[in-house]
Design a protein around this ligand. Structure first.
Ligand SMILES: [Zn+2]
Length: 214
């Protein structure tokens, strides 16, 4: 029987009949995931990411990150010097904006900046925006990242929380990207935090969560 990848509890199954996809929704924490067998391969995934043409010239994109920094990071800036942007994408926009604000920033991306610069380092802040929805093993990745946080350091994630109804979920634009496979509720983030030694500090809108290391 399928279990929730986050809290191991029972899940309900629902289907996108048209595209022949199977999703699971956790009856306890609300985490929604696409069945692993429908995951796109890495070649297709990279092709999809290459189509993202977001740069510092894209005003809306920059504004989104400025708001993210203002709300999720700026309140804690006194305690933040070194940051890592995990999953920085084809154009490292967020890291540049953080540097403009005086933070020292490393980047890592599985496809575009694959050198594991974080391996021997610890950070005061780790950001990961529009990354967790792509992960098939989110708890493993979170566990890895927490190892690279200093005590009391922050982690700020951006990923959209899923609608509560299956019908609404299936009609939701965000899940139509075939590389989006994991959808977290605030409650699933609470469970994850408990498991890896973080505390939830703040939830912003329907897509941002800030943790602090215990
Ligand atoms: Zn769950």
């Amino acid at each position: 029987m399928k279990q929730c990848k986050i809290c191991n509890n029972e899940v309900s199954t629902f289907k996108d009949v048209k595209k022949d996809l199977i999703y699971y929704r956790c009856l306890s924490c609300g985490f929604v995931s696409l069945d692993d067998k429908f995951m796109v391969n890495q070649t297709e995934e990279k092709k999809k990411y290459d189509q993202h043409n977001n740069s510092l010239e894209n005003e809306g994109y920059v504004q989104m990150f400025e708001a993210f920094i203002d709300e999720a990071i700026a309140p804690y800036k006194q305690n933040i010097h070194k940051a890592l942007d995990f999953g920085s994408g084809p154009e490292p926009v967020l890291s540049k904006l953080l540097e403009f604000r005086g933070f020292e920033v490393d980047i890592y991306d599985f496809y575009y900046a694959p050198k594991k610069v974080y391996e021997s380092k610890k950070y005061d802040l780790i950001t990961s925006t529009e990354v967790f929805e792509h992960l098939s093993k989110p708890l493993d990745v979170l566990t890895l990242l927490v190892k690279h946080l200093n005590p009391q350091a922050y982690m700020a994630l951006m990923t959209k929380f899923p609608p509560k109804e299956d019908e609404e979920f299936l009609a939701w634009w965000y899940r139509r990207d075939p590389t989006h496979i994991s959808f977290f509720t605030p409650q699933s983030f609470e469970v994850m935090a408990d498991k890896v030694g973080l505390s939830v500090v703040k939830i912003i809108n329907d897509n941002i969560i800030v943790f602090q290391k215990n």
